[in-house]
Design a protein around this ligand. Sequence first.
Ligand code: SF4
Length: 479
Amino acid sequence: MAHQLSKSTFIRGEQCQKSLYLNKKRPFLRDKISAEQLAKFRRGTDVGILAQSLFPGGVDCRPKSPSQYAAKVIETAQQMADQKVNCIYEAVFQFDDVLIILDILERTGHQWNAYEVKSSKKISETYLQDAALQYHVIRGSGVDLAAFNLIYINENYEMETETVMQQLFLIKDVTAEVKARENSITAAIALSKATLTLENSPEVPIGEQCHHPYPCDFLGHCWKSVPPNSLLYLDTLESALRFSLYREGKTRIEQLPEDHLKNIDQKIQYESFKKNEVNFDKAALHTLSHIPKAAQQGSFLKVLYSQPAVPFMTGMRPYDHIPLAVSILKGNTSTEYLIAQTADGMEFFLQTLDTLNEEHIIFAEDKADVAHCVRVANRISAKAGHKTIHDSLDQLVGLREFLSDISLYLPFTADRFGIEELQKHFSATTFNLKKEVYLVKDLLEETDEVKISKQLEGVGTYVKALQQIVAGFRKLLEA
Ligand code: SF4
């Protein structure tokens, strides 16, 4: 019989029963999947396959399409009955109308060990709940499960001459945790199954669950009646307070009782929303006033980087910031560089930044990100016996850090340091900024030189936008 729930729909229901219902019954109301989510999804898939090498020689039961689910449940059982099979990848089970696909199932004597792979450096509450669901379904299918384990990324791993999977991955036995959740899982499955039988979607008011643990993909549908100047977007205010005011019918910013504003950031953001204009702490700017003044003489820097889960260079750690492309704007001319994903490339990146040392001030979007790239490039370069540079980056000003220091807020947006939002407010020019996640993907995958230089132009657009934003900010100060 066809299943009603899967791992992902169960977790969706844990976040919000309305989301579960809409996903099944009104999928056309779903927001378009974001590039970031797509990239994360791909990352998870790759790491899952890599972790299989910890258990070599397994039989693959992965369904190629949903139409194969039922057949793969039978095939998994057949493989388990075969004493010659000691390990199964993507084992499929169904129980209690829930279908799950387990990453790795390993025979241990007369019992089995289950392993679920996560591409994360930490074990979250959602992962434990996901593991508890799988434990329930596998045990319910009649499997004598000795242990349930989560495999995740060891953030302290540093690659030497090659990637050692046994060191890259950590394995945690979570059997006790998932057993303790057995009753609540049974109840949660019953609740979700009942929701799916409803005629209409359950009445669930918007709330903190809309963004936690994941941004819901029905935000566009459920939040469409929230006015743009709603106090719900006033993110300096505690979210529980915002939603309780919202439920009282206080939707517009003018309806916010001012005695709720306790600190300078809340007051500045409130004024920004109320007057529909950029607002910041003028007193804090006084101590940093040399920065906007220096904007005319400075250079502008963009470092595009990737964060691979799996290290591939000596000295590299999981999720290190690996520089991929650099754009430098001096005056009206920008120059773009593609950074090879090798120790030589890291040295070239460092030397490129070193040429900027003479500059009075260098503006980057985010100083912390550039600093991370420099630290990583220095580490990899040093391991290869190449040159390193000083990583103090004294002359580097991060736009985000600067705007945060002066408590700058834009009206009606939570993404106050996003380049796209900032350019709307500070620049007369609208730049066609290609999403970074796409630039990274295309630069990593592209081999055609013409197409690569097109992507590099896209990186160059960021420095031009940055220059315009800083110039726009100076004009605001002079007004
Ligand atoms: S947007 Fe919020 S209320 Fe609507 S389905 Fe998603 S989590 Fe539920």
